[in-house]
Design a protein around this ligand. Structure first.
Ligand code: ADP
Ligand code: ASP
Ligand code: MG
Length: 844
């Protein structure tokens, strides 16, 4: 248990990536640094691209050297060096300036040496190209750190070669997520302990032989998502020079609009088919809980485009277009192909062996021909490879030949909604026919997520505009881009805590732009649901009905009867936005809570039962949540709004060991004993507690210690207690003779216990002590009992319904950490729940 807690991600940690266009000059870098600074004290991992144009310029210099023009190569190098030097001069002063100037000078001195080596080799090996370009992002990280320093913030730089392991393919390496994750998590976690901002150069990683590799052009997007996954963050933000992902490349289609949300598969499809806005593999590391945002660097308050695993409701089956330029179409055809086995398989096999990637495949159902698109650059090679592969068939005449048509482009029409909408292809063809554009080939992905058409390169822009207009994509985003982001909350139970929570939700937002809205309420008998969220007024009305009549929400307007589990399944069938189930019920809600996690919801618990009842299912809940990338938070289960669970977690996360937790986690019993200590009779004190609303309906639920026992088990499990609730020794303070009598009888016979309590309290006082109902939890055991403590002790000082917790840890050994404060009542319990909700939205 303790182990698992230590990997709990920090809620506020976010990954930012700044693209080259966003790091144009000193002013831009300063602006980028201020975006990071304004998140402080929240932690940020910042992935930097090279300054605008630097990667191209470095490659240029390298190619010049390879082509034998050493002088020109060195001249390019000098220009770049001076550009970096002038940026640092503008950004920083004093020591920082001198320090970074030194780094720049050295990086370019090494570059000049490398260019010399390329010159004498007469060729640019991929391993050398990677060494040369890697300095672009590394220097950007240094400049960024300097800009942070100038604004008074420290940031550390961790090189990506320490974090991102790859397959070692120079020029386009693929990160090895499995091996990179633990390393990156540990290394960055370590760095974050020192500074809240950690800078990592994007685009690069390391090969097994220790050499630096690059991840392919635009690869810093991928660096960001790899790190986001490793660090289990909820958000990765890619700051770019565009307002978001457009419905089409804005350079080709002037009235393209920003898409508010794209499913990962849609975005990946666009990227794969040439939308330069994202690296084609950038989305592979995405997890269920992660959202990637493409956001405008120039207008940082706009939300841009969300890319995530959720399916948003769309009005249009088509969401966007992208185009791949410089394509060639290769056709293998012949009358005899029908009889030749495995033509398709052999075609792709041969191309794959030659390292040629195929962007589109289309086979006529007659099997008369196979058509495929490859990049124009590899068209010649593709032709030769296929000619070889089918040499015998070509001799026999079964295959007529391999035809290559250059100068084409592939347009992909993308949208998940296409799968259920007939006639999409017809509309694409109609739109192109109207503009007299000839379609060279077509293909529809088997997923029906995409229809691709190949057209002549000369037609590609007109074709995109025609398709864009045919689907009225200019109406899709634009003015309707949603500025507000939500998290959908489902309440399980709607009693006093629920009503209290509802009162505070509208104003509680913390620092997060995300708003919480309640979309569903479930009680024992049914539910109410509105995917657009209930208004405060409606919630107020529902609360009043429940409070006055005790009726189920099923009886309310729009309510339905159902079991809680069914109600949850029904709600989960809708496209909810990052839903959270909040369990405010009493009793065994395990089935609903587990179902929520399986549906990919986060869970916030005030209800103790699911965590206290049996160890197997409590553990399963956390494990299951982790598998789905979800969180189970339960601050309100112990000490209401006091940060008890959070404190234990933070201690464990920071490497401390918690030996024991002691305390009085019951406001009710605390009140009772502090009143009796003041000389009040047991019966009077208890009646006052009942009147003030401090007790359960049957006060014996409090006095029996069952409720305290649950809290004790939860605390114990946080620090490694593996036992069951039954293993906890609980001392009941219900008078013997009144344990089994009916409630009303119990309430009338309270006085019978006064004498005994008077003498116990008195005996304690005579010893200079007071009675306290105390929990003690360690890894080895958990107990709940009435103890007599010296008046000078911390516990004795407890007043009224306040709770107190004492943590004895490796660090807080001789002087334990004590937390005291109000620990009972709906308002503070709701505060604990709210705090968990804000943690989930990154607002605390
Ligand atoms: P970065 O600077 O972060 O590396 P890129 O330059 O890779 O960003 O990506 C942004 C560019 O992508 C934009 O300038 C834009 O011209 C181009 N682009 C192509 N297709 C699209 C699209 N559908 N939406 C947004 N931008 C696009
Ligand atoms: N600087 C690299 C490139 O331009 C990587 C990146 O910016 O994403 O390809
Ligand atoms: Mg890019």
């Amino acid at each position: 248990m303790a182990e698992r807690m230590t990997v709990a991600p920090s809620p506020s940690l976010t990954v930012y990536k700044f693209g080259g266009a966003s790091l144009e000059d000193a002013a831009a870098i300063r602006h980028a640094a201020s975006l990071v600074a304004r998140r402080l004290p929240a932690q940020t991992v910042v992935v930097t691209s090279a300054l605008a144009g630097v990667t191209d310029a470095l490659l240029d210099a390298a190619r010049l050297a390879a082509d034998g023009d050493g002088a020109q190569a060195l001249a390019e190098s000098a220009v770049l060096r001076d550009r970096h030097l002038s940026v640092i001069d503008e950004l920083a002063t004093g020591e920082t300036r001198q320090h970074v100037r030194g780094i720049i000078t050295e990086a370019f001195a090494t570059l000049d040496q490398l260019l010399g080596e390329v010159l004498s080799a007469g060729a640019l090996a991929p391993v050398m190209a990677d060494r040369i370009v890697a300095r672009g992002e590394r220097l950007a990280a240094r400049l960024f750190a300097a800009a942070m320093a100038e604004q008074g913030h420290t940031a550390s730089v961790v090189d990506a070669t320490e974090l991102i392991r790859t397959d070692g393919r120079h020029g386009s390496a693929t990160p090895d997520l499995k091996r990179s994750e633990p390393v990156a998590r540990a290394r960055i976690g370590h760095a974050l302990r020192d500074t809240p901002v950690v800078l990592v150069p994007g685009f690069i990683g390391v090969a097994d032989d220790g050499t630096v590799v690059t991840l392919g052009r635009g690869g810093s997007d991928l660096s960001a998502t790899v790190l986001g996954r490793a660090l289990q963050v909820d958000e990765v933000i890619l700051w770019k020079d565009v307002p978001g992902v457009f419905t089409a490349d804005p350079r080709a289609v002037a009235d393209a609009r920003v898409v508010a949300q794209l499913h990962v598969r849609e975005a990946a499809e666009m990227a794969y088919y040439g939308a330069r806005v994202l690296h084609p593999r950038a989305l592979t590391p995405l997890t269920e809980r992660m959202r990637v945002y493409v956001r405008p660097f120039a207008a940082p308050d706009r939300v841009g485009t969300e890319i995530s695993m959720r399916r948003s409701r769309v009005r249009s089956p088509v969401k966007a277009l992208s185009a791949m330029l410089d394509q060639a179409l290769v056709t293998v055809s012949g009358n005899g192909m029908l009889g030749v086995p495995g033509v398709a398989a052999r075609t792709f096999g041969a191309l794959a062996d030659a390292g040629i990637s195929v962007s589109l495949i289309s086979q006529a159902s007659s099997e008369h021909s196979i058509c495929l698109a490859v990049s124009e650059f590899s068209a010649g090679l593709a032709h030769d490879v296929l000619q070889d592969a089918f040499a015998s068939e070509i001799t026999l005449g079964d295959i007529e030949g391999i035809e290559v048509r250059r100068g084409t482009a592939t347009i992909a029409v993308v949208g998940l909604g296409m799968a259920h909408t007939p006639g999409i292809a017809a509309r694409v063809f109609g739109a192109l026919a109207e503009k007299n554009i000839n379609i060279v080939a077509i293909a529809q992905g088997s997923s029906e997520l995409n229809i691709s058409v190949v057209v002549d390169a000369a037609d590609v822009e007109t074709a995109q505009r025609a398709i864009h207009a045919a689907f009225r994509l200019q109406k899709l985003g634009g003015g309707t881009v949603s500025r507000t982001r939500y998290r959908d909350v489902i309440l399980l139970g709607f009693g006093r805590i629920g009503r209290e929570l509802v009162r505070h939700l509208p104003t509680a937002r913390g620092t997060s732009p995300v708003r919480l809205r309640i979309v569903g309420i479930i009680d024992r008998h049914g539910f109410v649901f509105d995917p657009d969220g209930f208004s405060a007024q409606r919630l107020g009305a529902l609360g009043t009905v429940k409070q006055r009549s005790g009726a189920s929400v099923a009886e309310a307007r729009g309510g339905e009867h159902a079991t809680p589990v069914d109600a949850l399944h029904r709600m989960a069938a809708h496209a909810l936005t990052s839903p959270v189930l909040v369990d405010l019920a009493v009793g065994d809600t395990r089935a609903v809570v587990h179902a929520a996690v399986e549906h990919g919801m986060d869970v916030v618990l005030a209800n103790k039962v699911p965590l206290a009842i049996d160890s197997t299912s409590a553990r399963a809940l956390f494990d299951e949540a982790q598998r789905h990338g979800r969180r189970v938070l339960h601050e309100a289960t112990v000490g209401a709004g006091l940060p008890i669970i959070d404190t234990v977690r933070k201690l464990l996360e920071s490497g401390d060991r918690v030996w024991s937790i002691e305390g009085c986690p019951s406001g009710t019993l605390g009140f009772l004993f502090s009143e009796m200590g003041r000389g009040r009779k047991f019966s009077e004190a208890l009646r006052a507690a009942i009147k003030a609303g401090y007790t359960e309906t049957d006060p014996r639920d409090d006095l029996s210690g069952q409720d305290v026992g649950r809290k004790a088990v939860i605390l114990g499990r946080l620090i490694g207690f593996a036992g069951e609730f039954e293993d906890v020794s609980i001392e009941s303070v219900v008078p013997e003779s009144l344990r089994t009598v009916p409630l009303d009888e119990f309430l009338t016979r309270l006085e019978e216990a006064d004498e005994e309590w008077k003498s116990r309290v008195g005996a304690s006082r005579d010893r200079g002590e007071v009675l306290r109902y105390r929990v003690r939890a360690t890894k080895h055991g958990v107990s709940v009992r009435l103890v007599s403590v010296p008046t000078g002790s911390a516990l004795a000082s407890l007043e009224g319904t306040d709770n107190q917790f004492t943590f004895t840890t490796a660090r807080y050994l001789s002087n334990p950490l004590v937390i005291t404060g109000p620990g009972a009542g709906p308002a503070v319990t709701a505060a604990g729940v709210l705090n968990d909700l804000l943690t989930l939205t990154g607002g605390t």
